[in-house]
Each structure stands twice: as structure tokens, then as C-alpha cells.
Write a protein that binds this ligand. Structure first.
Ligand code: IPE
Ligand code: IPE
Ligand code: MG
Length: 245
């Protein structure tokens, strides 16, 4: 599979909706939490796989704003797992030269999770390889709503004029302002929807859906997704002939 990939056309930014943990566990007659616990290998393989390919940014949808509405025990288990995984994985991130960052509503997280996240971010902040962006307590509409508020405040304070509001300006107020839009979005588990992920940023992203449940996702699946992406023609509204010339 690796031979099928054109090194010159690796997406700079890949975003992943890591879905299907609960169904994976239930398929084995286990509780949903068992699926979350078994998702770590998939995360590891995706990070090292992306890093090896030379991908610059990897955004992982880890927990959505709407996921707070899940049963209390599941939410608690996910938050604990997050703290434990981050603590365990920082040495690996250091070894792989991965820089960790976050997008989302950090105020919603339990203080212990927030503290561990801050530590991991600080520790990896000088790494120069892949930037790993965890979307945590994140949703696209939440992000856009905050952005509208920020810009409206600037208008109200006479810092900017309404006429100065452009697409680029909005982009530069998003949490993702330092990252290019993803060229490729992968969603596992066979669900064909975006579930309130990077709504603004996915405008022209190539979407790739696979039936594989997240805990089973491996490097080879990532390579398949990238190979599929490379077979597509991205037209951005133009005609195929325009793109070829
Ligand atoms: C993705 O797996 C993980 C999170 C959303 C936190 P799910 O927990 O959504 O698993 P399914 O979709 O119910 O199988
Ligand atoms: C999306 O998965 C969120 C994450 C993977 C973190 P969900 O399982 O929450 O999405 P829906 O509810 O099936 O759309
Ligand atoms: Mg799900």
C-alpha cells in the first residue's frame, strides 16, 4: 500500500472522526467503555502513520460538545481515560517529535483533565514534527458562534468596520487560525455524517468514510484513505479541464 502513495501529494492536514468504539465493544459482548479503552492503539497508529507520511497536522475528534449528554458514567470514564492516556503517551509524543494542541471548550473539562492537558501541551510545545490537534469538547457551531461574538465585539468597540469582515477575517478568528483547512476527512464506523465537526473548515475537504470501527483502525487503513484521496480530482468549483491545464 505504501508504494501506491505519491509522496509529492500527501495531505498537509488530515482530520479524523474516530467513531464506533461503543459498537466495537458491544459486538464483543462488552460495555461501551471497553471500546474507548481499546481505541488507544488506533490513535497511536494514526499518529505515527501520519507522522511517517509527512503529514503536518492531524486533528482528532475526541469528544464533541454533544457527547456531554451521554450517560454520566461513560463521560466520567472517557475523561479519566483521557488523563491516563495523555500521561502515558507524552514520552511517545516526545520520541515522535509530536506537538500537542487543543481546540474546544476547555472550561467544560474537569480540572484534573485540564491540568494534565496543559502539562502535555507545555512539554511537547517545542517539538517540530506533526502537530496533533485534539478536538475536545468541541463542535463546529460552538466555534462559529464564539467567532461571531468576537467579531461583533470588535465592531461594537469600533475596532473594525462591518465592511472589513471577509472570509479570511472569519478564518483568522477561528480556533484553527494557525492551521490550514484539512484536505482529507476520515470517518470510521460507517456513519455518513459530519456530526458538528469543523463545519467552516471542511468546505472543500475530501470526505472518506470507512466501515472499520475505530478500535480496529490501523496504519494500513490510513494509507488506504490517503491513496483514495490521491485518486480524486479537487476542482474547487472549476471544471475538470481547467484543473488539468
Ligand atoms: C467514538 O465512539 C468515541 C466518542 C464519541 C467519544 P462512540 O462512543 O461514538 O461509539 P459508537 O458510535 O456508539 O459505536
Ligand atoms: C462524533 O461521534 C464525535 C466523536 C467522534 C468525538 P458521535 O458518535 O458522537 O456522533 P453521532 O452522534 O453518531 O453523530
Ligand atoms: Mg459514535
Amino acid at each position: 500500500m505504501k508504494e501506491a502513495i505519491d509522496k509529492e501529494r500527501i495531505p498537509k492536514h488530515i482530520a479524523v472522526i474516530m467513531d464506533g468504539n461503543g459498537r466495537w465493544a458491544q459486538g464483543k459482548g462488552a460495555k461501551r467503555v471497553f471500546g474507548h479503552r481499546n481505541a488507544i492503539t488506533a490513535v497511536r497508529e494514526t499518529i505515527t502513520g501520519a507522522n511517517d507520511l509527512g503529514v503536518a497536522y492531524l486533528t482528532l475528534y475526541t469528544f464533541s460538545t454533544e457527547n456531554w449528554s451521554r450517560p454520566k458514567l461513560e463521560v466520567k470514564a472517557i475523561m479519566e481515560l483521557l488523563v491516563k492516556t495523555l500521561t502515558d503517551q507524552v514520552p511517545n509524543l516526545m520520541k515522535d517529535n509530536v506537538k500537542l494542541t487543543l481546540i474546544g471548550d476547555m472550561g467544560m473539562l474537569p480540572p484534573r483533565s485540564r491540568a494534565k492537558l496543559s502539562e502535555a501541551i507545555e512539554e511537547t510545545s517545542r517539538n517540530t514534527g506533526l502537530t496533533l490537534i485534539l478536538a475536545l469538547s468541541y463542535s463546529g457551531r460552538w466555534e462559529i458562534t464564539n467567532t461571531v461574538k468576537d467579531i461583533a465585539k470588535k465592531v461594537a468597540d469600533n475596532e473594525i468596520d462591518v465592511e472589513e469582515i471577509t472570509e479570511d477575517m472569519i478564518t483568522s478568528h477561528l480556533l484553527t487560525k494557525d492551521y490550514p483547512d484539512p484536505e482529507l476527512l476520515i470517518r470510521t464506523s460507517g456513519e455518513l455524517r459530519i456530526s458538528n465537526f469543523l463545519l467552516w473548515q471542511l468546505a472543500y475537504t475530501e470526505l472518506y468514510f470507512t466501515e472499520v470501527l475505530w478500535p480496529d483502525f490501523r496504519k494500513e487503513h490510513l494509507l488506504e484513505a490517503v491513496a483514495d484521496y490521491q485518486r480524486r480530482e479537487r476542482r474547487f468549483g472549476k471544471t475538470g479541464a481547467q484543473i488539468k491545464s
